[in-house]
Ligand binder design. Structure first.
Ligand SMILES: Nc1ncnc2c1ncn2[C@@H]1O[C@H](COP(=O)(O)OP(=O)(O)OP(=O)(O)O)[C@@H](O)[C@H]1O
Ligand SMILES: [Mg+2]
Length: 255
């Protein structure tokens, strides 16, 4: 039996008295593209922030390679775990004062002892991978929305993470840029074996690229359902089918 790369058990998460997520349990396996969906405010970003050790869970376990992330809060050792994670946040996190290449170089400069030359070469390779090989000298303001998302992915990948967490990667993109981004994620997954955990509103994207999805329910703070998108659409409860059909209709992409 395949062992999970990351497993969440009975997680409760939130902020002070706001208990957003309750009794959340699921597993993600190596090489999967796993999508977390649900209506705005249901706790998708909260789940992601707990998984990457940015917020401390209120209850439960998050195990990465069988180590409980919660234990690493005690002794300030979160980096031991976080170095395996690449993250692209919902609010685009490119530094506007740096050009694209400098943005991608940043984690390597901060976190490794690589020479400046090696840093630049590695960053250039990642920009090439996301189709921005010629754009290193451009500033974020000079990139299109889709290019900014790809640059953020290049930066999230620069430390060779095992899991890439992307929070709403296609938000604000036009349909063809969103489809290009889906294609990039598929290529990176299949060619490099990177595991993706993607928070998304974009149901079209789910049917294009997700191996499995998890739907959070805002009312209860629990998992409504999880599984393969196509089979959930065919066999899910009325609530699940309504969610998938409604969102697709609202968000049809031209091809
Ligand atoms: N830093 C914070 N402090 C306090 N409450 C927060 C914080 N971040 C989020 N919340 C609350 O947690 C709940 C879930 O928010 P979250 O951002 O996780 O939702 P989401 O599913 O990612 O929504 P969206 O699709 O709009 O991005 C909301 O009620 C929100 O107000
Ligand atoms: Mg969010």
């Amino acid at each position: 039996m395949n062992t999970p790369l990351i497993s969440i058990k009975n997680l409760a998460a939130g902020y002070g008295t706001n208990h957003v997520l309750k009794d959340i349990s699921f597993e993600v396996f190596h090489g999967e593209i796993f999508m977390v969906v649900g209506e705005s405010g249901c706790g998708k970003s909260t789940l992601l922030k707990n998984m990457i050790g940015l917020h401390r869970p209120m209850h439960g376990e998050i195990r990465f390679r069988n180590k409980n992330i919660c234990d690493f809060f005690e002794n300030d050792q979160l980096y031991e775990i976080q170095r395996f994670f690449g993250v692209s946040y919902q609010q685009n996190a490119l530094f506007t004062s740096m050009n694209t290449l400098e943005n991608v170089c940043f984690p390597l400069k901060e976190l490794t002892d690589l020479s400046l030359d090696a840093v630049k070469k590695t960053a250039e390779m990642k920009l090439d991978l996301v189709g921005l090989g010629n754009c290193g000298q451009l500033y974020p303001s000079q990139l299109s929305g889709g290019m900014q998302k790809r640059a953020a992915i290049a930066r999230a990948m620069v430390m060779e993470p095992e899991i890439l967490f992307l929070d709403e990667p296609s938000a604000g993109l036009d349909p063809s840029s969103a489809a290009e981004l889906d294609h990039l994620i598929l290529i990176l997954s299949r060619k490099l074996g990177i595991t993706f955990i993607i928070v998304s509103h974009d149901l079209e994207s789910i049917f294009e690229i997700a191996d499995r999805m998890l739907l959070l329910d805002k009312e209860t703070g629990k998992i409504e359902t999880s599984g393969k998108p196509a089979s959930l659409k065919a066999k899910g409860s009325k609530k699940v089918k309504d969610f998938l059909n409604r969102s697709i209709n609202k968000n049809v992409r031209s091809r």
